[in-house]
Ligand binder design. Structure first.
Ligand code: ADE
Ligand code: ZN
Length: 353
């Protein structure tokens, strides 16, 4: 919770989350619970001694790759379809209580398949969680399949072939593709062929870029067909590219608390929120891996408010852009835009009273 007089307004503001990894919602508590439930031994590293030692370690990541080590290790406790469904449901409940009305969530099938979990178990479980959130919480949801940059392209190709064979895109089970994991190191354009094929099929594309990597990672992602950029904070280092991104209306899915925890910035004040607003760059505010970074979406909104002291109009722009750039039908957008308008009006009304 922030100290701002706008806290209640921000809490109730209808939100869209576009950048959250379902595996990044696996809390230390759930890691220990699922390890016991599935009889999976936790790593011998002493940080796994207890929930509290593991939580403490999460407060000291030194880089993206340092975090990814624990993130990939943690997800090894997910075994059965129900585990995936429970994990997704735990995220959606929290998101709902933070004022999320629409959530687009990532998952990393390559990493699970690498340890023998079938594609159907992973997608089946996560999509069950999505269906439950739609039915019981009234959220709209989108599953985005993420390729990971630290595994061979052939493994990504294998998952992509499974997606195509399953017809999950056509059936509305999986709605888009992204890429994530280690940014600097592997070839920038390693998913060129997959993205070219997906573009022809009309599959929406996003990509993690400009988190640790320089702006050429962003321009490469755009060249390959991404219509959205995850993180993208280093865009400010290239004026021309920033103008282009603003002109095209490309959404950046910014994750302030993640950027601090992974040492991409020293504090939230360094996240270029003001610069993006001034340059007309569209962005949404997101949690990335809330179980690892000490905050869900509302904590990220509050951190931005503490750092930048935005006004109601600026929050309204952020909320409306988040709806406009969501991968949902116009009818759903209209419903969410109306809710934002009603929320702003109600706030203005209480101010005037
Ligand atoms: N996978 C999960 N979180 C990530 C992040 N912040 N950057 C890249 N890959 C990720
Ligand atoms: Zn991410």
């Amino acid at each position: 919770m922030c100290q701002s007089p706008l806290h209640d307004f921000i809490k109730g503001l209808p939100k869209c989350e576009h950048h959250v990894h379902l595996e990044g919602c696996l809390t230390p508590e759930l890691i220990f619970e699922l390890a016991a439930r599935n009889g999976i031994p936790l790593p011998t590293d002493p940080v796994y001694t207890s929930i509290s030692t593991l939580s403490k370690r999460y407060e000291h990541f030194t880089s993206l790759d340092d975090f990814l080590h624990f993130y990939f290790e943690g997800m090894a406790v997910l075994r059965n379809e129900q585990d995936f469904a429970d994990l997704a449901w735990s995220y959606f409940q929290k998101a709902h209580s933070d004022g999320v009305h629409h959530a687009e969530v990532f998952f990393d099938p390559q990493v699970h398949e690498d340890r023998g979990i079938p594609y159907e178990t992973i997608v089946g479980g996560f999509s069950k969680g999505c269906q439950r959130a739609e039915k019981e919480l009234g959220l709209s949801t989108r599953l985005i399949l993420c390729f990971v940059r630290h595994l061979p392209v052939d493994s990504a190709k294998g998952v992509y072939d499974e997606l195509v064979a399953s017809k999950h895109f056509e059936a509305g089970v999986v709605h888009g593709l992204g890429w994530s994991s280690s940014e600097v190191g592997p070839p920038k354009d390693m998913f060129r062929d997959i993205y070219a094929d997906a573009k022809v099929k009309g599959i929406p594309l996003t990509a993690h870029a400009g988190e640790e990597g320089d702006p050429t990672y962003i321009s490469t992602a755009l060249e390959l067909g991404a219509t959205r950029i995850d993180h993208g904070i280093r865009l400010v280092e290239d004026e021309e590219l920033m103008k282009r991104v603003a002109r095209q209306g490309t959404l950046l899915t910014v994750c302030p608390l993640s950027n601090v925890r992974l040492r991409c910035v020293k504090s939230v004040k360094e996240v270029p929120i003001r610069k993006f607003l001034e340059a007309g760059v569209k962005f949404s505010i997101n949690s990335d891996d809330p179980a690892y970074f000490g905050g869900y979406i509302l904590d990220n909104y509050c951190a931005v408010q503490e750092a930048f002291g935005l006004n109601v109009l600026e929050w309204r722009i952020i909320a409306e852009n988040s709806v406009q750039e969501s991968w949902i039908a116009d009818e759903r957008k209209a419903v969410l835009l109306e809710r934002i308008e009603a929320h702003v009006k109600e706030y203005m009304h209480t101010l005037a009273a």
